[in-house]
Design a protein around this ligand. Structure first.
Ligand code: SAH
Ligand code: SF4
Ligand code: F3S
Length: 455
C-alpha cells in the first residue's frame, strides 16, 4: 500500500549522508510512505545533518526554525508531523537538540537508522520525544530492509543511472580537527557478499555507475566469501565483473591507505574511472603533523607520481584546510606551492572551523577570521584557475558521457564525463542511463558543453 503517507528528507554534508538518506526513505516504504520534495505535505520530516564545520550545523538550526511554522500550520489542519534530526549533528548533540529546538520530535544517530520506522511509530503513538544515538553491536546494513525488495523509482521519475554504495563506516584516524570519529564511530567494513548483493540490486534498478563510499574507503577490509579480508582493490576487481555495471568510482581516500594494489587497479581495471579524490589538507609537514594526518608532503607527492604513472589521464581532486591553529603565512604559501605543482582538476577548500571535543579546537593560536578568509580567497582563486584549465583542456576531445538527468532547458540532457565533470548536451530523454560519445565543444568553470556524436 505505497504512497498514502509522505516523508520529506533534506540532506546536508557528505555522500555518505546522501546514501543514508536514501536508505532511510526506503525503510519507510513498507509502511506506506513515499518520498515528497514538499515538507508541507509530509507526515515525517527528516533533516539528515552534518557536523563537520560550524556553518553546517548553523544551517540545520535555521532550517528547524522554518519547520516550526510548517508543523504549526499542519497542526491547525489536524495533521501530525514527526520532525526528525538524523545524521552527525544528531549523534554529536543528542538530547541537547530537543532542548534547543522544541520543534524536534525524534533524534536518530547514523548507526540507528534501521530502527527509524519503529521510532517514528513510537513518537506518533506515544506522543513522546525520543533520542536514539546508540552504537549497536550489529551493523545497520544487515538490519535495514533488503534493497532487492524495494521497487524502482515511480513511473515518470528518471531512473538513477548512478548510485552511491557505502562499504565502510566510521573512522579511526582521529585527525585533530575532525569530528567524524566521534559522530560515525569506529571504522567498520561491510562483508564483500553484502556489498555485491546490494550492487546487483542497484544494477537491476538500472544503475550503471556505482561509487563506493567510506570516510577512508581505501582502508576497506571487508571479509570475503573465502573468509579472508579483502582490500578495496580486490573488491573493485570483483565488482568490475558485474555485467551491466559500466563505471566504478570510490571516495574518500586517505593518502596513508593508498596501497600499491589499489594504484594497480587504476592501471588494470578499465571500468574504474580515471578520477581520484585524495585530500592533502595542508602543504607543510609541521601542520600535517599537528593535524595528525600521518603522512608528509613528500609522501603525498610520491603517491601522486605513482598514481599518474599507472593511469596518466587520471584527474585529481582534493580537500584543503586553511588557517589551522598556528599556520603561518609561510606555511600557507607551502599549501599554494603544492597545489601549483600538482595541478588539480577539482578541489574543496575550507577555513578551519574549531569543533567541540576535538584536540585542535583546544590549541592556542587560533587564527583570526580575516586571516582565514583572506587565505581561502587566494587558495580558491588558484584552484578555480586549475579547474578551468582542466575543463578547457577537454574541448575538442570526444569522451564517453553517462547521461543521468534532464537539463533545465528543453531538449537538454546532463551527464558526467569519466573525470566527473557535468556535461550538457542536446539529446532525447531515452538516452538517460546510457554512455554515449560526446564531442566537447565548450567549457565553463564547473561544467562542459558537448555534441552527441553517435547514439
Ligand atoms: N575522511 C576524509 C575527510 C572527510 S571530511 C579524509 O580524511 O580526507 C571532508 C573534509 O572536510 C576534510 O577532508 C577536510 O578538508 C574538511 N574538514 C574536516 N574537518 C574540518 C574542520 N574542523 N574545519 C574545516 N574543514 C574541515
Ligand atoms: Fe576525519 Fe581524518 Fe577520519 Fe578523514 S581521516 S574522517 S579527516 S578523522
Ligand atoms: Fe558531515 Fe557526518 Fe559526513 S559530519 S561530512 S555528514 S560523516
Amino acid at each position: 500500500m505505497p504512497g498514502t503517507k509522505k516523508v520529506f528528507v533534506k540532506t546536508f554534508g557528505c555522500q555518505m549522508n546522501v546514501y543514508d538518506s536514501e536508505r532511510m526513505a526506503e525503510s519507510l516504504i513498507p509502511y506506506g510512505f513515499s518520498e515528497t520534495d514538499r515538507p508541507e505535505e509530509a507526515e515525517v520530516i527528516i533533516l539528515n545533518t552534518c557536523h563537520i564545520r560550524e556553518k553546517a550545523v548553523e544551517k540545520v538550526y535555521s532550517d528547524l526554525g522554518r519547520l516550526r511554522q510548517i508543523k504549526e500550520e499542519r497542526r491547525k489542519l489536524g495533521k501530525g508531523t514527526i520532525v526528525t534530526v538524523a545524521g552527525c549533528v544528531a549523534q554529536a548533540e543528542g538530547a541537547e537538540i530537543l532542548a534547543r529546538a522544541p520543534v524536534v520530535d525524534l533524534v536518530v544517530g547514523p548507526q540507528s537508522y534501521h530502527r527509524l520506522p519503529d521510532l517514528v511509530f513510537r513518537a506518533q503513538s506515544e506522543s513522546r520525544r525520543l533520542v536514539d544515538t546508540n552504537f549497536p553491536e550489529q551493523d545497520k546494513f544487515t538490519r535495514l530492509p533488503d534493497r532487492t525488495a524495494i521497487s524502482p523509482p515511480a513511473a515518470g521519475v528518471a531512473r538513477a543511472a548512478s548510485a552511491f554504495l557505502t562499504v565502510q563506516e566510521g573512522c579511526d584516524k582521529f585527525c585533530t580537527f575532525c569530528v567524524v570519529p566521534y559522530t560515525r564511530g569506529v571504522e567498520f567494513s561491510r562483508p564483500v557478499d553484502s556489498v555485491l548483493e546490494e550492487a546487483r540490486a542497484l544494477i537491476r534498478r538500472g544503475v550503471r555507475e556505482i561509487t563506493l563510499l567510506g570516510q577512508n574507503v581505501n582502508a576497506y577490509h571487508g571479509v570475503g566469501p573465502d573468509g579472508r579480508d579483502w582490500s578495496l582493490a580486490r573488491l573493485i576487481r570483483a565488482m568490475s565483473e558485474l555485467e551491466e555495471l559500466q563505471r566504478l568510482r570510490y571516495t574518500t581516500s586517505h593518502p596513508k591507505d593508498m596501497s600499491d594494489d589499489l594504484i594497480d587497479a587504476h592501471r588494470d581495471v578499465a571500468r574504474l574511472m580515471p578520477y581520484l579524490h585524495l585530500p592533502f589538507q595542508a602543504g607543510s609537514d609541521r601542520i600535517l603533523a599537528a593535524m595528525n594526518r600521518k603522512h608528509t608532503v613528500s609522501d603525498y607527492r610520491r603517491l601522486v607520481d605513482k598514481v599518474r604513472a599507472a593511469r596518466p589521464d587520471i584527474a585529481l581532486s582534493t580537500d584543503v584546510i586553511v588557517g589551522f591553529p598556528g599556520e603561518t603565512e609561510g606555511e600557507f604559501l607551502q599549501t599554494l606551492r603544492l597545489v601549483e605543482d600538482i595541478g588539480f582538476a577539482q578541489a574543496f577548500s575550507f577555513k578551519y572551523s574549531p569543533r567541540p571535543g576535538t584536540p585542535a579546537a583546544k590549541l592556542e593560536e587560533q587564527l583570526p577570521e580575516e586571516v582565514k578568509s583572506e587565505r581561502l580567497q587566494r587558495l580558491q582563486h588558484l584552484l578555480a584557475s586549475q579547474t578551468s584549465r582542466f575543463n578547457e583542456g577537454c574541448v575538442g576531445l570526444t569522451i564517453p558521457v553517462l547521461f543521468e538527468r534532464l537539463g533545465r532547458h528543453a531538449g537538454q540532457i546532463v551527464g558526467r564525463s569519466p573525470y566527473l565533470q557535468p556535461v550538457h548536451a542536446t539529446g532525447a530523454r531515452d538516452l538517460l542511463g546510457r554512455i554515449i560519445p560526446v564531442e566537447i565543444s565548450g567549457a565553463g568553470p564547473n561544467s562542459l558543453l558537448g555534441v552527441i556524436r553517435a547514439a
